[in-house]
Ligand binder design. Structure first.
Ligand code: HEM
Ligand SMILES: [Cu+2]
Length: 547
């Protein structure tokens, strides 16, 4: 039998260091916490649970579409499945994914603060989010909703059966959580930066969240009021959207997309912030064109408010208005391209290490590029007449939102996991998961571009047999993708118990979060840090490492 080496582990002798994790072990110490880090973790658990629910509905949709006949789900059930998939994924996964979890955890730390500006409001936002989620889920079990996540009128307001009100309430209440989180971040970033942390020393993660918060505060009230009007019309027949009551159904689409296009930037901008941090760290370089990347977040947030009409090219909107929206849509592609170019330029001649978070970054770059470029196809009015409401659109937005936002989220989760939990996860499964997600994703969604281009419409449960080959590829890819998503859930949870202890700075990163212990103490910093250097001073660090 092998000899067992017995030695005194220093951890056993030292009194256990106080961290935000061991600050309290009861359930109420979590449910009543005002610590931004614990609230971030609570969002992480909630978002992951919603993700599983959303994925379940996606699995139903993909299973149905494997064969051309509508044999698994009736048309009605199919409509309900993709609606719940969309509602849960958009409002309860994508929108809170990065800002509510990583944003909550990291923003105060990255700017050298002890918490967000309004810690109680932060906890209240979490409860609102959960209440919204419960409304939405109860819609699923009390008859379901079949309007699609877009709730288009007059179908939703007058004709649809099912729990439209509950689902609408869900999105409405969750919206307030999003507004209050944005408000909290804006005030935090304005007022709580440590001495020396002036605006152009902020990590790009902060800039991205600042821009996102502006959209959350300015845009979300519009969707809230729109959903409220839809629900009022449904309950009281007040005639705002339904033409038989004297309303205008396209008005709903304008109001809906006035929020929901900017909302896609609520989903992607924070992920872009994550990507900037990881590219700098794993290329050991300052982000090329820091201020361009910072301002492009603001530009995206602002111009993003003026492109909503590209969802209405075929809705009776004047073709001249369509041309204006088309032009502005092309404009908003510029700041996205600036980011992509600057990331590539940062990596160029950088000393890149391919740790698992970086694999997610590279995956993000590839998928976001395809998503963005196909957006240009859709932005061209003439082409969009052909592509609108086909699987091409479905593929486009999944490349952006799942390929982009979720890839960034997963990458960030791996990158900061050691900081959040004090444990390292196993590297090899993480690399495998990153590759599986990338491969599975492409196999799932690339065929949808082709199917859409040759005319497969979205939102039908049966289709002509010539589209089957694409759908079989998609459903097969979804299995690979599903495994890629499940793996991190397993090894990350495993690592909390069995992972190697993480040092304060396992990636030798720059940024204040790497200067405090992993996991951080409740108050983050013993003393308020004084910031003396620019963001991403990696050249400096290289010298130190060698010397
Ligand atoms: C490069 C910039 C982009 C351009 C030019 C662009 C263009 C478009 C256009 C024109 C449509 C409407 C297509 C139709 O309904 O026929 C569309 C749909 C969509 N886009 Fe983009 N897009 C871009 C980036 C994004 C980003 C960054 C996101 C999300 C983070 C996104 C998410 C969506 C979604 C969710 C839809 C479809 C919504 C639905 O009908 O359910 N797009 N895009
Ligand atoms: Cu849009």
């Amino acid at each position: 039998m092998a000899a067992v080496e017995v030695h005194d582990t220093p951890e056993l002798q030292e009194p256990e260091r106080r961290t935000y994790l061991n600050a309290g072990h009861t359930l109420s110490s979590w449910l009543l916490t005002v610590d931004h880090k614990r609230i971030g973790i609570m969002y992480l658990i909630a978002v992951t649970s919603f993700f599983l629910v959303g994925a379940l509905f996606a699995a139903l949709v993909r299973l149905e579409l494997t064969t051309p006949a509508g044999d698994l789900l009736s048309a009605d059930l199919y409509n309900k499945a993709f609606t719940m998939h969309g509602v849960v994924m958009v409002f309860f996964v994508l929108i809170p994914s990065v800002p509510a979890t990583l944003g909550n955890f990291l923003i105060p730390i990255m700017i050298g603060a002890r918490d967000v500006a309004f810690p109680r409001l932060n906890l209240f936002s979490w409860y609102l989010f959960m209440a919204g989620g419960l409304f939405a889920l109860s819609a699923a079990v009390t008859g379901g909703v079949d309007t699609g996540w877009t709730f288009y009128t007059p179908y939703s307001s007058t004709y649809a059966n099912g729990s439209v009100l509950l689902a609408g309430m869900g999105a409405f209440v969750a919206g307030f959580s999003s507004i209050l989180t944005g408000l909290n971040f804006i005030v935090t970033i304005h007022t709580m930066r440590a001495p020396g942390m002036h605006w152009f020393r902020l990590p790009l993660f902060i800039w991205a969240h600042y821009a996102t918060a502006l959209i959350q505060v300015l845009g979300t009230p519009v969707i809230a009021i729109t959903l409220l009007l839809m629900m009022l019309e449904r309950g009281l027949h007040i005639g705002i959207f339904d033409p038989t009551l004297g309303g205008d159904p396209v008005l709903f689409q304008h109001l809906f997309w006035f929020y929901s296009h900017p909302a896609v930037y609520i989903m992607i901008l924070p992920a872009m912030g994550v990507i900037s941090e990881m590219i700098a760290c794993f290329s050991r370089r300052r982000i090329f064109g820091y201020s361009f990347v910072a301002f492009s977040s603001l530009a995206i947030a602002i111009i993003g408010f003026f492109v909503w009409g590209h969802h209405l090219y075929v809705s009776s909107q004047s073709v001249y208005v369509g041309l204006v929206f088309s032009f502005i849509t092309f404009l908003v592609a510029i700041p996205s391209a600036i980011k992509t170019f600057n990331w590539a330029a940062t990596m160029y001649k950088g000393s890149i290490s391919y740790d698992s978070p970086m694999i997610f970054v590279l995956g993000f770059m590839g998928l976001f590029l395809i998503g963005g470029l196909t957006g240009l196809f859709l932005a061209a009015v003439g082409l969009d007449v052909h592509l609108h409401d086909t699987y091409f659109v479905v593929a486009h937005f999944h490349y952006i939102m799942v390929g982009g936002a979720i890839m960034g989220f997963l990458g960030g989760l791996h990158f900061w996991w050691p900081k959040m939990t004090g444990r390292m996860y196993p590297e090899l499964p993480a690399k495998i998961a990153a590759w599986l997600v990338f491969a599975g994703f492409n196999l799932t969604f690339f065929p949808q571009f082709l199917a859409g281009y040759i005319g497969m419409p979205r939102r039908y449960h049966e289709y002509p047999p010539e589209f089957q080959i694409f759908n079989v590829m998609s459903s097969g890819g979804a299995v690979v993708l599903g495994i890629g998503y499940l793996m991190p859930m397993i090894y990350l949870i495993w690592s909390i118990f069995y992972g190697k202890k993480a040092s304060a700075n396992p990636w030798t990163g720059k940024g204040l979060e790497w200067t405090i212990p992993s996991p951080p103490p409740t108050e983050n910093f013993e003393r308020t840090p004084i910031v003396m250097e620019e963001a991403y001073e990696y050249s400096h660090l290289e010298v130190k490492k060698v010397g």
